[in-house]
Design a binder for this molecule. Structure first.
Ligand code: F1P
Length: 622
C-alpha cells in the first residue's frame, strides 16, 4: 500500500489494520472496535506499551486505500475539500464578528477541547486587534472541564437550550458539534436545533465514524436517533447547508477510549481548519497545499514526541508504581500545558474507576489561566482546586515517597518558579519527572537540569512562519503533551491490571453510551447473548440476584444513575458470566484477587468453560 501513497509522509504510518477488513467486529462502529494492534496490550511491558500506543496514534495519519471497504481519512480529498468549505464559512464570521459567532461544543474531552480551541483562536484574534468570535459549550458546564460529569451528555434538550442561549442576538452562527463516536445525545439535540434554524446556523458535525455507524439507539425524551440526525445533515451537505467532518482514524488503543485518538484527531482537524480560515482571511493565497503543510506539522509532532519513547516508558512505569502502591500522580503544568494535565486527570475516574485523587492536574494561575466562562470554581469542592498554590497548600504537606510529580513547561516559562516548586516537592519525594519543550537551539539551564532527575526533553524545529507560526508551535506542544499523558496514564492503569486485552474492564457506567459499551464488552468477553449480559450487568448494578420487572423495564439513564456511584460493576458482571455464578460470589472473588485483570484471566481458565468466547464478535450500536 505504501507505494501508492499520494502524499509524502513525515512518519511511517502502519499498514492497514485488520480492523478495516470486511467482517471485522462488523456490528461495531470504528470508535468502539478493538484495535488489532493492541490486542495483547495487557501483557506488554512499559516499552512495548508505548510502542503499541504510538502505532495506534500513527493510524490518524493513514491514507485511504483501495481495499474493499475503504474509509474516508484525514488526508482524503473529500475530507480536505469539506474542511476548505467550512473554513470559508468561518471566514465569513471573521469578517463580521459583531453579528456572527463560531460555537464549538462537546461532552467530556470533546468539550474540554472545545474550550481550549475557542480560547486559542480568540487569543489569535486579539493579538491582531480583532474581535474575538469563538465560544464553547461543554455539557454539564465548566465543572466538566475539571471533573467528569457524564450524565448531562444524555440530554438533547439541555444541549439545544444552551446553544440557543449562547447564540442570542447573533445573526450568523457556525456551530461545530464534536462527538467522536457520533453518539452524544447532547450534541444531537444541538444539531437538530440548528437544522430547524438554518437561516441562522450552519451545523457542522465532527466525529470519527462513517454516518452509517452513528449511534442508532433511541434517545430518551426525543424522537430522533443520532444516526437520523447525521443522515439529515448528510442530505443537506450537497447544498452546503450542513457539513460532516468524519475521517476514520482507526479504533482506539484502549477500546472505546475516545479521549485518546478521538481527542487528538479533533484537535488536529479543527486547528487545521481554523488556521486555514485565518490565513485566508489575512489575504494570503491559500491552497490545498497549505492545508497539507499544516497537517504535516502534526505528523512531525508525532515523530518528535515518540522519539522520546524510552523516557515515556520510564515515566509510565513510575506512574504505575505509584498507583499500585496507592500513591498519586500529580501533574503540574504551565499555561495550556497545565490544562492538558487537568484534561488527562479528569478522564481517569470514568475510564478506570480511579479515585479522583489518584491522578490530579494543576495549572499555574488556576482558573485565570484556564479562561473558562464561569470563572473560579475552587469553592465547589476539593477536586476543583487546580492552581499551583492549591497544590502547595493542600497536597504538598502530605506528599510522600509513594507519589510521583510531573512538571510540564516550556523553556520560555519562568524557570526560577519551576525550580522553586521542584525544590519544595523534592523534600517529600524523589519521584520527580518533567516534560520540557524547547525550540532547536534552546537549552535547559544547568540549574534546572541539576534538580530535575528525569526530563523528557522535546525539541521542536524552528518554524519560519508568520504570526500563526507561534500558534502552530503551541498546538504541537499541546498535542505532544496530550500524547505523552494519555500514554502514561492509560499505560499505568494497564500495568495496574485495569485492562483485559485492550478492553477497559473497570469503567464507570455514568451514561447510556457507557451502559451499551459495558454490555458489548460483556458479550465479547463471555460470548453470551445480549439479553443474558444485560441481566448480569443489572444484577451487578442493583445488587440483586432476582431481577424484578421494575428494574428490567427501567430506562437506561436510570441504570446509569444507579451504577455511577457503585464500584466494580463491570468486573462483577464479567466474572459472574464467565463462572456462571451469583453476583455475590463474583464480587467476593474480585475482592480476593490482586487485580481485576487477574480475576478475569483466572475465570476464563475455569475447567470446562467454553474456550474462544472472548473473540466472539457481537454487540455494538444497535
Ligand atoms: C464524549 C465522552 C468522551 C470521554 C468518555 C465519555 O465522547 O465524554 O470524551 O472520554 O468516553 O464520552 P464523544 O461524544 O466525543 O464520542
Amino acid at each position: 500500500m505504501r507505494g501508492s501513497r499520494k502524499y509524502k509522509h513525515v512518519i511511517e504510518t502502519p499498514d492497514p489494520g485488520k480492523w478495516e477488513l470486511p467482517g471485522y467486529e462488523e456490528t461495531l462502529p470504528i470508535s468502539e472496535k478493538s484495535n488489532p494492534i493492541t490486542r495483547e496490550l495487557d501483557k506488554a511491558d512499559p516499552v512495548q506499551l508505548v510502542q503499541l500506543l504510538r502505532d495506534c496514534d500513527a493510524e490518524i495519519f493513514q491514507e485511504e486505500d483501495e481495499s474493499p471497504i475503504h474509509y474516508e481519512r484525514l488526508y482524503s480529498e473529500s475530507t480536505l475539500k469539506r474542511v476548505e468549505e467550512v473554513a470559508k464559512r468561518v471566514q465569513e464570521i471573521l469578517k463580521s464578528p459583531d453579528e456572527g459567532l463560531i460555537v464549538l461544543s462537546g461532552c467530556g474531552t470533546s468539550g474540554r477541547l472545545a474550550m481550549l480551541l475557542s480560547n486559542s483562536f480568540n487569543r489569535l484574534l486579539k493579538g491582531l486587534h480583532k474581535t474575538p468570535c469563538y465560544t464553547y459549550i461543554i455539557s454539564g458546564g465548566d465543572r466538566s472541564i475539571v471533573t467528569s460529569q457524564e450524565a448531562p451528555e444524555d440530554n438533547p434538550r439541555l444541549g439545544a437550550e444552551e446553544l440557543q442561549r449562547v447564540c442570542e442576538g447573533k445573526k450568523q452562527v457556525v456551530y461545530i458539534g464534536i462527538s467522536c463516536g457520533l453518539s452524544a445525545p447532547f450534541i444531537a439535540g444541538q444539531l437538530e436545533f440548528c437544522m430547524k434554524n438554518l437561516d441562522k446556523f450552519l451545523p457542522v458535525l465532527v466525529g470519527f465514524n462513517p454516518v452509517n455507524m452513528a449511534r442508532n439507539e433511541s434517545i430518551e425524551g426525543s424522537h430522533f436517533t443520532f444516526r437520523q440526525v447525521a443522515e439529515r445533515m448528510q442530505s443537506l451537505q450537497d447544498g452546503q447547508r450542513a457539513f460532516i467532518l468524519n475521517p476514520a482514524v482507526g479504533p482506539e488503543g484502549i477500546c472505546g477510549s475516545s479521549r485518546m485518538k478521538g481527542g487528538s484527531a479533533t484537535k488536529i482537524l479543527l486547528e487545521t481548519l481554523f488556521l486555514f480560515a485565518h490565513k485566508a482571511e489575512s489575504n494570503v493565497a491559500v491552497t490545498e497545499k497549505c492545508l497539507l503543510e499544516i497537517l504535516r506539522t502534526y505528523e512531525r509532532a508525532h515523530k518528535v514526541t515518540y522519539s522520546q519513547s524510552k523516557k515515556i516508558a520510564a515515566l509510565t512505569k513510575q506512574c504505575a508504581t505509584s498507583l499500585q502502591k496507592k500513591g498519586h500522580f500529580y501533574i503540574l503544568g504551565w499555561g495550556t500545558l497545565g490544562l492538558m494535565g487537568i484534561m488527562d486527570a479528569a478522564e481517569c475516574p470514568p475510564s478506570f474507576q480511579a479515585d479522583c485523587g489518584d491522578v490530579r492536574g494543576f495549572v499555574r494561575g488556576g482558573y485565570n489561566s484556564l479562561e473558562n466562562k464561569e470563572g473560579d470554581l475552587s469553592s465547589a469542592g476539593p477536586e476543583f482546586a487546580i492552581s499551583h498554590d492549591d497544590f502547595v497548600k493542600s497536597v504538598l504537606p502530605s506528599l510522600s515517597e509513594t507519589d510521583t510529580v510531573l512538571f510540564i513547561f516550556t523553556l520560555d516559562d519562568d524557570l526560577s518558579e519551576v525550580e522553586k516548586l521542584v525544590t519544595q516537592v523534592k523534600e517529600k519525594t524523589s519521584n520527580v519527572h518533567a516534560i520540557s519543550h524547547a525550540i532547536a537551539g534552546q537549552y535547559m539551564p544547568t540549574s534546572t537540569k541539576k534538580i530535575i532527575p528525569n526530563v523528557i526533553g522535546v525539541t521542536w524545529p524552528i518554524l519560519f512562519l508568520e504570526y500563526e507560526g507561534a500558534f502552530i508551535q503551541k498546538f504541537q506542544r499541546e498535542l505532544s503533551t496530550k500524547w505523552i499523558l494519555n500514554t502514561v496514564t492509560s499505560g499505568a492503569h494497564v500495568l495496574k491490571g485495569k485492562v483485559f486485552k485492550n478492553f477497559m474492564v473497570d469503567f464507570k457506567i455514568a451514561n447510556s453510551k457507557l451502559f451499551h459499551r459495558a454490555v458489548s464488552v460483556l458479550q465479547r468477553l463471555s460470548g453470551h447473548s445480549q439479553h443474558r449480559c444485560t441481566e448480569a450487568l443489572l444484577r451487578a448494578i442493583y445488587g440483586v440476584q432476582d431481577l424484578p420487572d421494575q428494574i428490567k423495564n427501567a430506562a437506561i439513564t436510570k441504570h446509569a444513575e444507579e451504577a455511577s456511584s457503585k464500584e466494580k460493576v463491570v468486573p462483577t458482571a464479567i466474572v459472574s458470566l464467565l463462572r456462571s455464578c451469583t453476583f455475590q460470589e463474583s464480587r467476593a472473588r474480585l475482592d480476593a484477587s490482586s487485580t481485576v485483570r487477574a480475576a478475569i484471566e483466572s475465570s476464563l481458565n475455569v475447567p470446562g468453560r467454553k474456550r474462544g468466547a472472548e473473540s466472539t464478535d457481537s454487540g455494538g450500536h444497535s
